[in-house]
Design a protein around this ligand. Structure first.
Ligand SMILES: Nc1nc2c(c(=O)[nH]1)N[C@H]1C(S)=C(S)[C@@H](COP(=O)(O)O)O[C@H]1N2
Ligand SMILES: [Mo]
Length: 258
């Protein structure tokens, strides 16, 4: 789709161009570009010429930021995602991560402590036993992955809005960020963090959350795409500084609503 052209560029233009071509060549970005708009559409929307490839990267970024704002505006904090009867649970529920199932992180739940930082009044770490004493709710919802599959699963755990209030998080802050026991990380908007169906999941299908689905704890949000749902959470922070995410920093849309 993209052809390298000989363009005379001043200064380190050649290096910038080479960088842009490399980035557009990444499969995730290319897929995102194909899903978003045609190149012609991009140039119309942004008004920039696509005759030099570096502007494609800029255009991509603009479209994604535009999508973030539009999705944040459309998001209704009171609208519930569909729930399903237990009989519709997908068995076996699929595993997915940026690595294979043989490399699933084995977290020691007894030694594990949930770390808290940023705009939070009570930043003491939490053990698994302490989290298990908090209010618990269960839901059967659909998980949608951008890689082209969806599945219905049953997660149980602590309503995240309860937890954020309990730790004295600044609920007027923009972002909640997550760091995981693998190298994964992501972040969400505060309205979604406070959504009634957003759970700190400790169980799957009525049993302790298994390693492949994110033991000891994952954030489950039926209002967001799969990659926004971090597994093996190690640390949570509240911030006004844009934190990005593992796939988001490679071109996936940040809001990631489903
Ligand atoms: N820590 C961590 N969380 C993660 C991922 C990951 O690689 N590491 N992958 C994400 C993606 S892309 C998907 S689709 C879901 C898969 O969750 P599942 O294994 O419960 O189906 O986890 C998300 N959360
Ligand atoms: Mo995914």
């Amino acid at each position: 789709m993209l052809k390298k052209k000989n363009i005379a560029m001043p200064g380190n233009g050649a290096a910038i161009l080479a960088d842009a071509i490399r980035q557009v060549a990444e499969p995730s970005r290319r897929a995102f570009l194909q899903r978003t708009l045609t190149l012609g559409g991009l140039s119309l929307l942004t008004g920039c010429s696509i005759s030099d490839d570096s502007s494609v990267e800029q255009a991509l970024g603009k479209v994604s930021q535009f999508n973030d704002k539009a999705q944040a505006l459309i998001f209704d904090p009171n609208r519930l995602a569909p729930t399903y009867p237990d009989s519709m649970i997908t068995r076996p529920f699929p595993f997915n991560a940026y690595y294979g199932v043989d490399e699933v992180r084995q977290v020691d739940g007894d030694a594990w402590r949930l770390e808290l930082s940023g705009l939070i009044a009570n930043r003491a770490p939490w053990s698994l036993a302490q989290l298990r004493h908090l209010p618990h709710s269960e839901q059967v919802t659909r998980h949608i992955c951008v890689e082209g599959w969806s599945a219905i699963g049953k997660w149980g755990g602590v309503p995240f809005s309860y937890f954020l209030r309990r730790i004295g998080a600044d609920l007027s802050a923009k972002y909640v960020g997550f760091k995981c026991a693998d190298d994964y990380y992501t972040s969400i908007d505060m309205p979604t963090a406070l959504h009634p169906q957003t759970l700190m999941a400790l169980t799957y299908d009525g049993k302790t959350l298994p390693p492949e689905y994110g033991y000891p704890m994952k954030l489950r949000m039926p209002t967001k795409l799969g990659y926004k749902n971090p597994k093996h959470i190690q640390a949570i922070y509240v911030t006004n500084k844009y934190p990005g995410g593992y796939w988001e920093d490679q071109g996936y849309n940040w809001f990631g609503g489903s």
